[in-house]
Design a protein around this ligand. Structure first.
Ligand SMILES: CC(C)(COP(=O)(O)OP(=O)(O)OC[C@H]1O[C@@H](n2cnc3c(N)ncnc32)[C@H](O)[C@@H]1OP(=O)(O)O)[C@@H](O)C(=O)NCCC(=O)NCCS
Length: 146
């Protein structure tokens, strides 16, 4: 997408991110969590902007020597336009050189997420985190080399 800008998160983006988060997850992160992520991961917290509007975010970090995609979401009316893929590729490129592997957790019921990660060469590692989500659903771990 030509008119998409990927930038580091700034606190002015928070209201729009909260709206995307609420529309995307049954258990949205509260504002304080995003502020905490900003302090923790710095430039690992990116936003996608289109015509000045925030249309997605992705948070990545180095965790115990591995790259970790902590969360990502795209505005419901902007999905299937390549925004999630563009944010993930930028984040993986940024992690490359610092880590040898990137991993993430995803709900087994999250078809769109799993298909996106497969397209990005992530594979299921076989590790299951039991009752990982607040509603009791397990998380599966997916990972890829970088
Ligand atoms: C998962 C999510 C981030 C994908 O973002 P997106 O910008 O719509 O994804 P993209 O347009 O970059 O899709 C890239 C590829 O992923 C796959 N994909 C993404 N969404 C898909 C869907 N709904 N159905 C089938 N394939 C899908 C396709 O392979 C797609 O490539 P293609 O369009 O060339 O076929 C988005 O659906 C979302 O915000 N979901 C809610 C939050 C969430 O689940 N986050 C991930 C938590 S682990």
């Amino acid at each position: 997408m030509n008119d998409l800008e990927l930038e580091t998160f700034g606190y002015d983006d928070l209201d729009q991110i909260i709206a995307i988060e609420k529309a995307s997850f049954p258990d949205p992160y509260p504002r304080i969590t995003f502020a905490w992520f900003k302090l923790r991961v710095g430039e690992g917290f990116i936003v996608a902007r289109k015509d000045g509007r925030v249309v997605g975010y992705l948070i990545s970090e180095v965790r115990r020597g591995r790259g970790h995609i902590a969360s990502m979401a795209v505005a419901t009316d902007c999905r299937r336009m390549g925004i999630g893929e563009a944010m993930a590729r930028k984040s993986i490129d940024r992690l490359a050189g610092r880590v040898k592997q990137v991993y993430l957790e995803v709900r087994p019921s999250n078809e769109a997420g799993i298909l996106l990660y497969h397209k990005l060469s992530f594979e299921e590692t076989g590790k299951v985190r039991k009752k990982y989500y607040p509603d009791g659903e397990d998380a599966i771990e997916m990972a890829r080399a970088v």
